[in-house]
Design a binder for this molecule. Sequence first.
Ligand code: F6R
Length: 602
Amino acid sequence: MCGIIGYIGGRRACEVIVKGLKRLEYRGYDSAGVVTGDGEGLHIRKGAGRIDPLVSELGLLNMPGNRGIGHTRWATHGVPNEINAHPHTDCSGKIALVHNGIIENYLELREELRKKGHTFKSDTDTEVIAHLIEEELKSSRNFEDAMRRALLRLKGSFALGIVYAGEPDRLYFVRNESPLVLGLGTGENFAASDVPAFLEYTRKAVFLDDGEYAVLTRESYTVKKLKTGEKVEKPVQEIDWTLDMAEKSGYPHFMLKEIYEQPRAIKDAIHGNSDLIPAVAEEIAKYSKVFFVAMGTSYHAALVGKYLFQRLAGKIALVEEASEFRYEAENILDGDSLVIAITQSGETADTLAAMKLAKRKGAKVMAIVNVVGSMATRVADITLYTHAGPEIGVAATKTYTTQLTVLTMLAMELARKLGRMREEELKTLEDEFMNVPQLVESVLSHAGGLEELAESLKDQRDFFYIGRGINVPTALEGALKLKEISYIHAEGLSAGELKHGPLALLEEGVPVVAITPSGRLFDKMVSNIEESKARGAMVVALSDSDELRETADVLVEMPPVNEALTPIVYVVPLQILAYHLAVLRGNDPDKPRNLAKSVTVE
Ligand code: F6R
């Protein structure tokens, strides 16, 4: 939701922080602020808007000091303005902090502190923390003690960066249900919400767990338990992401770069998982109840997963949005249940809550995750990584196709274990699967016409995406991509559902995007296309069949591909179409309004 970056060392802190904030902007971009510290005390600059203009407006690169903390915000409490931007301070101005998360009991704490004479400047839940520490400091041995006592009174989720003017040689970082990772350098240390923020300086990372805090100095880091203050030994992890992966590398937007990275990402997902899949499939086969839980695009991947498990392996699986599952699944989970959580970030609050519920009920929990060391990987009993590399664009693209890749591998292996497909048939499918990166590459190299198509559609107000079977989720995903970055209303639905209501919305010229691979369901799709055309719709069909050349208004030619693999290949033109529509309408596809990449609050 929000992004945090902290630095202590020999460099000018403001420079490291501004760079880090730019890399974290995908987490929130409605306001930002920086605090730095030198011998003279704390210096704070903050304002509403995106980082780039704020750097010059506020002179963020002219701040003194070799330690500091920055924040980029996605508002929850209080409108995005200068006053509500982080850092927030106590009455004395000696304590400054930034926060990612939500403090649920801030109203009662604020009331209590007001009665004790504290004056509040902002509408945020965060400011209460600074005053609470100030209050505890009156009766504590030292700052660390006061901070610990104050934080133990908070309810909710928080990752915090805290600086105290009275201790010029250190910074504090705290984690409770919001991400925070330390970066270890030589003579300098970092902390951030996500690794790309400090990847330029170090690849050595220490992931904090919930209820832990870190004391950073130039030369050292110490991790302790919030409850007891006792030290915790943490493993240092070597991150294998490169800086190039976190940069645009000549593309106008991260989203486009990430779309074009898909052949490489899919290959990495295959190679990174091939040794692990047999044992994991063996494990899945043991459970009679399999549930997929996820949100947004990951939920669409889960829907594909269900189709794959059922069609290829005859394994029944249910799919539910984690936000529903977490409140509804209490009575159906037990030791015979396997919950497969799909989450790019590994930090989505609802997905984590669903996983924790499953664990409480004795279920086995598996996670399919992109971000190494993220919270989901700690909660899960089994983790498979998607190996997509950092995804900076807010709209998920390469993480979706790599989730599908992992799910396809699992389903094929499950089919083998459960004896649901003939070995010969399975071998043919596996061979075709290995060719998917090339198929995606060929779709990308023929994508030129999509920009032209987008030009002709850019003033439309509504879109419909239809598909059948395993491509119902493709229709949902196509519609979601369009909505979130172009701000055009779009609905994705199963083509069979069309005449049960939505057909009433079709009129002259409304675009209907039909995912129509040849095969079992082709004729059914053609009937739905005809129905749409009869109501004046403008049909854009994605197909490998020439038959549609006459029927559809526009045919996006696709390579022939096994039905089970169509979701990976067919989503690619939909991503590109949404991208061009967003750009043509003057939107920044990397930072859609009102959205943030990790939804770490409920
Ligand atoms: C859409 C998108 C979101 C995420 C959703 C879940 O492009 O990115 O819908 O898919 O917020 O996020 P993760 O996968 O991190 O749990």
